[in-house]
Design a protein around this ligand. Sequence first.
Ligand SMILES: C[S@@+](CC[C@H](N)C(=O)[O-])C[C@H]1O[C@@H](n2cnc3c(N)ncnc32)[C@H](O)[C@@H]1O
Length: 181
Amino acid sequence: MSKAVVLRWGHRHRDERLTTHVALTARALGASGLILTDVKDERIKKTIDEVVSKWGGPFFFKMGVSWKAALRDWRAKDGLVVHLTAYGENIQVGDVIQRVKETGKDILVIVGSQKVPSEFFSPEISDFNIAIGNQPHSECASLAVFLDRLFKGKIKKFEDAVLQIIPQKHGKKVISKVKPK
Ligand SMILES: C[S@@+](CC[C@H](N)C(=O)[O-])C[C@H]1O[C@@H](n2cnc3c(N)ncnc32)[C@H](O)[C@@H]1O
């Protein structure tokens, strides 16, 4: 199955929690990693590393690379690029997710924050511009729906987890394992 990596463009330090939530969403819903472009934020890296160490991985977090370099590297590996935007083809009504899957390629999923560079919409950058409904909302919400449709709700197996939630009809159950040294 294709793998997905998320490219987060436009992180603002004063809005640290949103990028953290994008990374947590990416990890929980099956992406292999997240590239935070153009900036470095050690606090987010620490949070994500802690989550991976407690709740399992693998999930990589890279930061500081320019978005142009990240895209060039991805293209060099013949990867596909999907830009999530309210202005794209609506995933709810057409066959766009089918067309993405048919490529069989690994996918770089771009999510923005404030207004993204106009090049993101062009075919030189994005093979697909995909909307999770043509109304503006949030990078976390759009990423969650996209990954869920891409992986069809298939649950990723998290390795080396110390904590694991056992689903309950009511109440909370978490089992804790000792991490092998
Ligand atoms: C708060 S929105 C930014 C909207 C910004 N005002 C614009 O016009 O680009 C942040 C990010 O969420 C994602 N997003 C928001 N609504 C979306 C939608 N309906 N479909 C897909 N992605 C969406 C996009 O990746 C967008 O860059």
